[in-house]
Ligand binder design. Structure first.
Ligand code: MN
Ligand code: MN
Length: 471
């Protein structure tokens, strides 16, 4: 490769931060482990594109590793591996410790919902012999990124008789896909003068699903044909959309990225990259003094609301159940268990992108391949809305990560006052536990295809495991 002028400057920046690229430290054995984990991760995000699919897959894996549904267990003893599922959309995994629960837990947390486009409750309509689905997007998206790409439909249709139909259309090579159109460049003079936020507007995210009219049908024959197809093939009627949760997500498997295959390109890495690595870490815990927990929640992208979001008392209730089954329950002890806990609240961060250097402050930016990222605080406009982690706790984490030779970096999402973001950390901090935002840095966060580094996935898993063993 020819020498590029900008290269030495970038190196200098890295030196200033006294950080090492994690790839440089790997032995052949390490590289094999990095590849193995990245392969498993790629499978996970390729098949788990909704919160429900994540819960089902994590339960499946957990059960093969000896985890049992807490409801099926009467008494819990040290070393027992348990899980609790909340409405199919959130899950908590535990490994019971030898110490009393009131001494506190070691907790990992991440979210398993991702930005996407949801089908409305009255979605199907026909316009000029084309059948479309009306949608309402979920989470923060740049709408113009979601047009002219193949979309798959994932979700459930719940019928009045109690049956729940699982729907996945668009992932098999033989499946059709659907999608949202954009205007041809030839006629886009007016469109291209609009603000980015309005180039494609929310109500225009209509998904084309069909164009063949049903024979002998006078009115809305294309819609009628789609309804017939849905009834024959998927066994539900138009009114069943009322009790459906159908999510439009980018179709297709996650890919290896880069000529050196060092990265992963795929949908929903915010925050399944932290959910996957956190689950992997607790799977590797067998014996522990303090009880280990891993919380994977829904609804983070819309404010952690709802029964399956982090603001729900589900986790608190499950801790009370666990304490009861450990034979040592009291309301006061539940409060102590939560207050004495330590937590890594994990979510993705922004990695420095050479295409957009102006939003980053280099001394406090995360870099792909530099390991796990930590945010002392998130928030916006003067740390507003963030959990500002305690430095005493941070010092203990640094000691554990250094001892275990985990690569990590301390960063901020971007320059001060460039925007910001929030996570579930502040919600857990309400219990007065020690909690810090950690995770993995991405390019293209919230885009249909997000980008991560295999090295960072590997370092995150190792960091989570060290935390569960030693904090
Ligand atoms: Mn997130
Ligand atoms: Mn997000």
């Amino acid at each position: 490769m020819p020498v590029q002028k900008k290269k030495p400057a970038a190196k200098q920046d890295n030196k200033k931060k006294d950080q090492k690229n994690a790839w440089l430290k790997y032995s052949q054995t390490d590289l094999k482990a990095v590849e193995k984990l990245a392969g498993e991760y790629r499978d996970f995000i390729s098949t788990c594109k909704t919160e429900r699919e994540c819960v089902h897959e994590i339960v499946r894996q957990a059960r093969t590793l000896g985890f049992k549904d807490i409801e099926s267990v009467k008494k819990v003893k040290a070393g027992d591996r348990l899980y609790a599922v909340n409405k199919d959309k959130a899950i908590v995994l535990f490994v019971a410790g030898t110490q009393s629960l009131e001494k506190g837990m070691r907790i990992l947390g991440a979210h398993i919902d991702s930005p996407r486009i949801d089908v409305k409750q009255n979605p199907l309509y026909e316009d000029k012999e084309l059948a479309l689905l009306d949608t309402h997007y979920y989470g923060g998206i740049k709408k113009y990124q979601w047009v002219t790409i193949p979309l798959a439909i994932h979700g459930v249709v719940c019928k009045k008789d109690g049956t729940v139909l699982n729907i996945v259309i668009g992932e098999d090579d033989k499946d059709p896909v659907v999608g949202i159109s954009d205007l041809l460049i030839h006629l886009s003079q007016d469109q291209l003068k609009k603000d980015g936020a309005k180039v494609i507007e929310g109500e225009d995210l209509n998904v084309l699903v069909g164009s063949i009219p049903l024979k002998d049908e006078d009115k809305e024959a294309v819609k009628a044909n789609i309804l017939k197809l849905i009834k024959d093939k998927y066994k539900f009627e138009e009114e069943d959309f009322l009790s459906a949760e159908l999510e439009l997500v980018p179709a297709g498997r996650a890919r290896e990225f880069g000529l050196d295959r060092s990265m992963i390109y795929g949908y929903g890495q915010d925050d399944r990259i932290c959910a996957f690595t956190s689950a992997k870490a607790i799977f590797n815990i067998t014996k522990t003094d303090r009880t280990a927990a891993c919380i994977l929640v829904d609804k983070e992208e819309i404010g952690s609301v709802g029964a399956t979001g982090m603001t729900s008392v589900f986790f608190e209730n499950v801790v009370a159940e666990l304490m009861d089954k450990m034979g040592d329950y009291s309301e006061l002890k539940v409060r102590r268990a939560l207050a004495n806990s330590h937590m890594l609240s994990s979510d993705v961060s922004a990695a420095f992108d050479p295409n957009f250097p102006s939003v980053m402050e280099l001394k406090n930016a995360a870099f792909l391949g530099h390991g796990m990222s930590f945010n002392k605080f998130t928030g916006s406009r003067g740390k507003s809305g963030s959990n500002d982690a305690n430095p005493e706790f941070i010092a203990r984490i640094r000691a554990i990560l250094d001892k275990n030779k985990v690569s990590y970096q301390f960063c901020e999402l971007g320059k001060v006052d460039q925007g910001g973001g929030g996570t579930i950390a502040y919600i857990m901090a309400k219990y007065n536990m020690e909690v810090i935002d950690s995770g993995v840095a991405l390019h293209n966060m919230h885009a249909p295809w997000e980008l991560s580094s295999k090295a960072d996935i590997y370092e995150a898993e190792r960091g989570y495991e060290a935390f569960l063993k030693e904090i």
